[in-house]
Design a protein around this ligand. Structure first.
Ligand code: HEM
Length: 86
């Protein structure tokens, strides 16, 4: 006797549609929440990386890591990203 085994995949907001575009153009609030969570986490780490550069620069006696102009850029990007993007 031949038996076919079919995996039962439950249909839900994660399995209903597949592919990158289905995520980009999704209007499902649960998918959008996941996209938000991923984005703010990524931005939080980017802002944290800029903070790390500032801190390392402040560890050195006379701006040995970043130029004053670059330090200001890191400061601005860190502040904006932390407040508005994460
Ligand atoms: C929720 C928002 C923010 C979070 C979670 C955050 C987090 C951090 C962290 C963890 C550091 C490293 C501190 C250290 O190693 O001593 C840091 C450094 C710094 N942050 Fe923020 N920050 C935020 C907003 C801002 C804003 C709005 C500004 C300015 C407009 C700012 C300016 C700075 C500066 C100048 C440093 C480097 C000074 C230092 O490391 O002592 N931050 N931030």
């Amino acid at each position: 006797m031949i038996q076919t085994v079919q995996a039962h995949v439950e249909k839900n907001y994660l399995t209903e549609k597949q592919g990158v575009l289905s995520w980009f153009f999704s209007t499902d609030h649960k998918r959008i929440a996941i996209l938000y969570t991923g984005s703010i986490t990524a931005f939080f780490f980017l802002g944290g990386f800029f903070a790390l550069l500032m801190r390392l620069n402040l560890l050195t006696p006379r701006d040995q890591l970043l130029s004053p102009e670059t330090y200001n850029k890191m400061f601005t990007m860190h502040g904006i990203i932390m407040v508005w993007f994460s």
